[in-house]
Design a protein around this ligand. Structure first.
Ligand code: PLP
Length: 391
């Protein structure tokens, strides 16, 4: 990830300011909401666009005992970054494909998720070659219909073979786990059904002799709304970054969370134009009368959704403006309604929202998506500027 130590006020084209004090406070708030469970900070995909290593370090400083990633490469990169040693933090990854770096993961003391027999076979072979037992977490599909082992015969076979490998000293079954489909829709009937099936699949595995260190199913929405789903560990991603999983769950402030990322750009040009002037590709906006236009130098290559053409909100000089016409690859335009702020004036696309700026959730609504996608897609051309880095 493109990092810079430059002060956040430096005149960069654009920057994503990452407030690590907010991140640490979010981790502490989440730990207080799930006091009986350990906390895994999910830092996949560069910590949802915030930068994996600085965010992982800050989360550990605030008491996260686990880090979670999707891919093994992400998990290995955390171990290599320094400071995130097995003594300090457990790391788990769950998105494996055949031929993945099982041996490297075993040697780096990373907990690996196994959803099916092919994966158990590959990880036991790697453990045998490395001469070190693998830490394996068996994933149950309790209803998401995505990754995970089906209940019934498939689960019985996977549990049986994992116990055989454990008896041979090739694996430790460190966890039993699952993932919700609809936890961001409180009251959805699938939530209770998944919890019931999870308990049944746990009881079966434990009855066969599995002694997991951790049993877990809660993502951010379940951590925020469903204490009975906390078990031994909660896996929080979006909430660590101070964003609510969905408006239905509540606002970040409802849970004592604060958005970590502020995305801003410096206006590149302000000019006066007559009425009837087409703006940006396709002329989907035409100035209603004489006005001023401001050029905001970020576009879809930076992760600004093209679907927010004509709708995305931006704070300029204390006023909300709207993307005029199409978002282009590197830039978009706002109608400044006759105001003439000097070039270089800051345009804030989103932030915590308490200085009048829009939030990532506002952009999600403008683009017809979820706030997860807004922050995660901010591109590598936008430098991350870390503030409040030391605890
Ligand atoms: C991404 C992910 C999470 C975190 O989800 P949030 O809704 O961001 O908290 C947890 N578990 C798994 C398996 C994931 O893929």
């Amino acid at each position: 990830m493109n990092e810079t130590a430059t002060a956040p006020t430096a005149p960069l084209r654009a920057r994503a300011e990452i407030d690590l004090a907010a991140l640490r406070a979010n981790v502490r708030a989440l730990r207080a909401l799930a006091p009986g469970a350990q906390l895994m900070a999910v830092v996949k995909s560069e910590a949802y666009g915030h930068g994996a290593v600085p965010c992982a370090r800050a989360a550990v400083e605030a008491g996260a005992g686990w880090l979670g990633t999707a891919t093994p490469e992400e998990a290995l990169a955390l171990r290599r970054a320094g400071g995130l040693t097995p003594e300090r933090v457990r790391i788990m990854c769950w998105l494996w494909t055949p031929g993945g770096p099982w041996r490297e993961a075993v040697e780096a003391d990373i907990d690996v998720s196994v959803s099916g027999m092919w994966a158990l076979e590959e990880v036991t072979a790697a453990a045998r070659a490395a001469g070190i037992p693998a830490c394996v977490q068996l994933k149950a599909d309790t209803g998401l219909g995505r990754n995970g082992c089906q209940p019934g015969d498939d689960w019985a076979e996977l549990v049986g073979e994992a116990l055989r490998a454990e008896a041979e000293g090739l694996v430790h079954v460190t966890g039993l786990w699952s993932h919700f489909a609809c936890a961001d829709e409180p009251g959805h009937p699938s939530i209770a059904a998944q919890l019931t099936l999870f308990r049944e699949m746990l009881a079966y595995a434990e009855g066969q002799g599995v002694r997991p260190e951790v049993r877990h199913i809660a993502n951010s929405p379940a951590t925020l709304t469903l204490p009975e789903a906390h078990f031994d560990l909660v896996r929080t991603g979006i909430a660590v970054y101070g964003i609510s999983p969905s408006p239905e769950v509540g606002t970040p402030a409802d849970f004592g969370l604060r958005p970590v990322m502020t995305l801003a750009a410096n206006i590149a040009l302000v000019k006066r134009v007559p009425g009837g002037h087409g703006v940006s590709y396709g002329h989907h906006y035409t100035t209603p009368g004489e006005t001023t236009l401001g050029l905001v130098p970020v576009g879809y290559a930076d992760g600004i959704p093209r679907h927010a053409s004509g709708t995305g909100p931006v704070l300029v000089d204390g006023k909300w403006r709207t993307v005029a016409g199409r978002v282009a690859m590197d830039q978009f335009v706002v109608d400044l309604g006759g105001d003439e702020p000097p070039p270089g004036t800051e345009a804030v696309l989103f932030g915590p929202g308490d200085r009048g700026e829009p939030t990532a959730e506002d952009w999600a609504q403008a683009a017809g998506t979820i706030a997860y996608e807004i922050v995660t897609r901010i591109g590598t051309r936008v430098p991350r500027v870390y503030v409040n880095a030391s605890p």
